[in-house]
Design a protein around this ligand. Structure first.
Ligand code: ADP
Ligand code: MG
Length: 234
């Protein structure tokens, strides 16, 4: 089976004037299809930087990256953007929904061709996904009128719209109270189990990490631990 992520020797150095910050110092990471993995680490340890590199939003200073068996680190910007839109899904701490558009439109829009409308098939899939995340009664609500947890459910439905190979979630529960955070994580577990979606979730919440199938720890620019079934019950 092809691995969804194969990263080898990933390094990242940021330059600000004369100052150099070495954030990632050689990351090797393999993630198989259907995994639900959490990455934990102190604030500033480089979690978002690594997710941005894997999400093709940022290029590594060194190292190689393959997603679903395809080398992506040396692609042109245009091909990287295309790969990102077609093969990856994103969930961020701040959902970035369009407040005046409905839940359905927020899920379907990113899948529409630039300048194109939402096709009937996209509408149907967006509605199905919103039902899947428990929002069948909020499909036509403007995003601004949804609660924080509901908005994050819309963001998950949106991430699933293109049937991505990998869903990258950066602190998806960071802005939610305990109960909403648990429900959002339950939903990701369900989508993982029932649809085989592969997740890489970065979180500073140990409660979230304990309920993922694998916990990776990032410390001082290196992956220092890799524990399968950290909660001991999946
Ligand atoms: P985390 O998500 O684990 O909190 P980040 O990946 O956001 O950590 O940041 C890791 C380190 O890299 C921090 O010291 C941060 O200041 C630095 N950093 C992140 N992005 C940039 C940037 N664009 N330019 C310079 N330094 C950056
Ligand atoms: Mg971060």
């Amino acid at each position: 089976m092809t691995n969804v992520i194969e990263a080898r020797g990933i390094e990242k150095v940021f330059h600000n004037g004369d100052e150099e910050t070495r954030v990632l110092k050689g990351i090797d990471l393999t993630l198989g299809q259907g995994e639900l993995a959490a990455m934990v680490g102190a604030s500033g340890s480089g979690k978002s930087t690594l997710l941005s590199i894997i999400g093709l939003l940022l290029r590594p200073t060194a190292g190689t990256l393959s997603i679903s068996g395809e080398r992506v680190d040396d692609l042109s910007e245009r091909m990287r953007a295309r790969f990102r839109n077609q093969r990856l899904g994103f969930v961020f701490q701040f959902h970035h929904l369009l407040p005046d558009f409905t839940a359905m439109e927020n899920v379907a829009f990113p899948a529409a061709a630039p300048g194109g409308g939402i096709s009937r098939a996209m509408r149907t899939r967006a509605r199905d996904l919103l039902a899947r995340v428990g929002l069948e009664d909020r499909i036509d609500f403007p995003a601004a009128r949804l609660s924080g947890g509901q908005k994050q459910r819309v963001a998950i439905a949106r991430a699933l719209m293109n049937r991505p190979d990998l869903i990258i979630a950066d602190e998806p529960t960071g802005n939610l109270d305990r109960e909403s955070a648990d429900r959002v994580l339950d939903l990701m577990r369900e989508v993982n189990r029932e649809e085989g979606a592969t997740f890489l979730i970065c979180t500073h919440d140990d409660g979230v990490a304990a309920r993922c199938g694998r916990r990776l720890t990032l410390s001082d620019g290196r992956l220092t631990s890799n524990v399968r079934d950290p909660g001991g019950f999946s």
